[in-house]
Design a protein. Sequence first.
Length: 306
Amino acid sequence: MKNAYSIRIEWNVVYECIISLYAYIHEKERKHFQLGNAWKEETKQMLPDSFADELADERWEVLHRLVLLVAQSPQKHSVEAFLGWLESISPGEIYERLAPWVDTIPLNLGELRDHSVSLLARWNEHYFSRIAPAILDSLERSAADMTELAQSMSPVELVDHASNGLWIEPVPDLREVVLIPQYHCAPAAVLDFYRGLATCLYPVGDAGQTRPHPLAELLPLTQCLADEKRLHILRCLAEKNCTLGELQQQVSLAKSTVHHHVTALRRAGLIRAHYAGSTNVSSYSLRESFIERLPVLLRSFLHNRE
């Protein structure tokens, strides 16, 4: 494939620690996560009141920069090791490590570093260090599975498969995509683009489960199909790729409403969101594999009583 990028698959516990804190803090996004508000309330009971109060006002918009630093850290076998390394390096070194990738770097790197270390250390102590080891084992297995699949699938197809519908176009400036399995934000994927690099924290929604649960995949899929406007969107995309504006014209709804529908369809794996070098979706297309997947899931649910 012309201008094809390479794939790198990464896994360690530090990524999941960071994204679990992200899932706890971001109220607007959490409604899309399978863990939802019930998980937040349960987790809140594990935190000291003062820390819970601090996180209630926290915005912490540096997730993407920390992901880049994790990828470069020589000490990431544990959260404590990574935080010790991050605390030991100078703001100047942080700048040098980020400069090749990030266009705008804050001047107060030392302050941001100290704040991030403090938040993550306490989050790890009170929550992340206590999560079920089976969840982390599942994420590690997923990374191993993706590494094996990378031998037989193209980079674009592998990203689509891992993320359940993100189609990262091979544009000239994009050299590498890093795939990182994550559980806490499932079924959402967290996608960022940098200079020549993209990171995709892809969802592993069944991490920690001992056997497949077809209902977990079947329910969002059938809920999407039980809506007339979403069915209309699927029919439009069966004819051709469409931008959000083109879909809006076809279904005669407000752009925000159409965006809500396509987000639900994408997260359920019914359609693809196409990206061409930025986090703005360039177009949408039908993901026809769901047509064959639906009866498989339905039969599995109907005939599996466990």
